[in-house]
Design a protein around this ligand. Structure first.
Ligand SMILES: Cc1cc2nc3c(=O)[nH]c(=O)nc-3n(C[C@H](O)[C@H](O)[C@H](O)COP(=O)(O)OP(=O)(O)OC[C@H]3O[C@@H](n4cnc5c(N)ncnc54)[C@H](O)[C@@H]3O)c2cc1C
Ligand code: SF4
Length: 503
């Protein structure tokens, strides 16, 4: 676990470093510094709230770079000719170009460059797994033999988009002349929002249909406020409204109206399905219906979408629990565990049937959870939920495991140790085993081809088996990431725009 450094100290270090760089720049006749000097600039850490304080509030954990930190970090970029970072980004943001503008202090110009390919930079800068994407390919990280020391592209992206919003510099993207063509977008997650923006930019009428009362998909009901403030998601959605995108909330396609009705009766010329992977998986063990067992979806939806933590104002109740156990090792498990402390739990334990090495969650999320006091128990899995005489959870019966041969995922599979049953007390159990495709659209739309897992089948351009119908995001990929959903949306939107041009 890294030592906590206060935002004030980080800022002092950045100011000193910036002076040093400025001296170096002015002493060189060509006004630039060598790659070696750039590589020696210390990576700027993200200032965060102090762990013991933040575990009990819902405000954002990461505080964002200061101007000085951003200026220093931007100087670490080598401006590589072959731009490996860009190939690592699913929507190919022109990374070195935007970083050049950051280094010059042209923050608005920087964000405008990002927006040529990514309309949700304040969100992506916060939630993208950059270590696996752009930063994973960055020359600096590779040369320093430590991928974590790559140029902090995500933090810079976040800084410039926050700067733009906080200084009221946002500009509404240009929209082409009205074409009279109508496109229905089903689902308002990152895939749907990206399609809506790109199709609207081409001058088509766009209506986004969303089942919930709020738009944003997992970004509003899943990813917690302390990682992604909801005001930021709504600010990005406001921009789409200003472009003329229309939203119909509380409209469950497949029930409120079917896809065929939209296409045949309501005059839509094309449709995009971006309904995500919102169906939670369960353990299927005895006692899973006792009071106090939640899917991570329900738990997070109450906390994020319904703001149940705000007990003085919210109508949605919370189940009071002092010792919460979370089953799972992914990002959703980390979000649920960290949320549990914020909802008043005194002890939060994550149980995972493999070891830390196999955990799919991001290293940063695991570290943040640990700093906030989340306890990890490895090589264990519940086999039964235990309850008191009133049917309220009072513990779990678990088995211990050891690691066997690698399975289809390449990870060593857990093998139960016979006779290792033992009880662990708790008063709530949150099941975070992942999500599957939302099945409603597939069931209510004849001829829409799906694979064995229930994911809609779409080609390279997002086209489904039905004419006029495209799909993308988690409903096609299975539970994936925000940026991949956006990347899919971009491709589908380009294909829809091309189709409508001829139609
Ligand atoms: C707790 C949690 C944390 C995550 N953290 C991260 C992270 O840090 N970084 C990251 O990159 N990814 C993260 N993800 C994954 C990421 O959020 C998803 O990959 C992404 O949101 C998928 O986008 P999407 O547009 O395909 O679907 P979604 O965001 O799921 O949006 C689908 C929308 O469609 C609506 N809908 C569904 N069915 C219908 C219907 N029949 N009619 C109308 N509307 C419908 C839903 O209500 C929803 O609003 C996380 C996921 C979860 C659950
Ligand atoms: S790979 Fe890294 S150093 Fe090279 S241009 Fe991209 S961000 Fe800059």
């Amino acid at each position: 676990m890294s030592e906590y450094i206060s935002p004030e100290t980080l800022q002092e270090q950045a100011v000193t470093e910036l002076h040093r760089i400025e001296k170096l720049l002015s002493s060189n006749t060509d006004g630039t510094i060598t790659p070696k000097d750039r590589m020696a600039i210390p990576q700027q850490e993200m200032p965060v709230q102090e762990p013991t304080i933040r575990a009990h509030n819902t405000q954002e954990v990461a505080l964002g770079y200061t101007k000085e930190q951003a200026l220093v970090e931007a100087q670490r970029c080598l401006q590589c000719k072959n731009q490996p970072c860009v190939t690592g980004c699913p929507v190919n943001v022109p990374i070195p170009q935007f970083i050049t503008q950051v280094a010059r202090g042209n923050f608005k110009e920087a964000v405008d460059i990002i927006k040529t390919t990514n309309l949700l930079p304040a969100i992506c800068g916060r939630v993208c797994p950059q270590e696996k994407q752009c930063q994973g390919k960055c020359t600096v990280g590779i040369a320093l033999k430590n991928p974590e020391k790559a140029v902090s592209i995500g933090r810079l992206e976040r800084f410039v988009s926050d700067y733009e919003r906080e200084h009221n510099l946002q500009t509404v993207p240009e929209v082409a002349a009205e074409t009279g063509k109508k496109v229905a977008v089903i689902g308002s997650g990152p895939a749907g929002l990206t399609v809506a923006a790109d199709v609207r930019r081409a001058g088509h009428t766009v209506v986004v249909f969303e089942a919930f009362h709020k738009t944003g998909g997992v970004m509003v009901y899943g990813i917690p406020e302390f990682r992604l403030p909801k005001s930021i998601v709504s600010a990005e959605i406001e921009m789409l409204k200003k472009m003329g995108v229309q939203f119909r909330e509380n409209f469950l396609v497949g029930r409120t109206g079917t896809l065929n009705q939209l296409l045949q009766e309501q005059g839509f010329d094309a449709a995009f399905i971006g309904t995500g992977a919102g169906l939670p998986k369960f353990l299927n063990i005895p006692g899973e219906n006792f009071i106090g067992v939640f899917s991570a979806n329900e738990y997070l939806t109450r906390a994020n979408l319904m703001k149940a933590y705000d007990t003085a104002h919210a109508d949605t109740p919370l189940y009071p629990a002092k010792h919460v156990i979370i089953v799972g090792g992914g990002n959703v498990a980390m979000d649920a565990a960290r949320t549990a402390y914020r909802l008043g739990a005194e002890q939060v334990t994550v149980i995972y049937r493999r070891t830390r090495n196999e955990m799919p969650a991001r290293r940063e999320e695991i570290a943040h959870a640990e700093e906030e006091g989340v306890i990890f128990r490895f090589l264990e899995n519940p086999v039964e939920v235990l309850a008191d005489s009133e049917g309220r959870v009072c513990g779990i019966k678990a088995l211990s495991y050891e690691l066997g041969e690698p399975d289809a995922s390449g990870r060593r599979s857990p093998v139960a140790i016979p006779g290792s049953e033992h009880d662990i007390p708790c008063d709530a159990l949150i099941v975070a085993l992942g999500n599957e495709s939302s099945p409603l659209l597939q069931k209510t739309t004849q001829g829409l081809a799906v694979d064995k897992k229930g994911h809609i089948i779409a080609d390279e351009q997002g086209k489904t088996s039905l004419p006029k119908v495209w799909a993308g995001g988690d409903i096609v990929l299975g539970a994936a990431t925000v940026i991949l959903a956006m990347g899919e949306g971009r491709k589908a939107a380009a294909s829809i725009n091309a189709y409508l041009k001829q139609a």
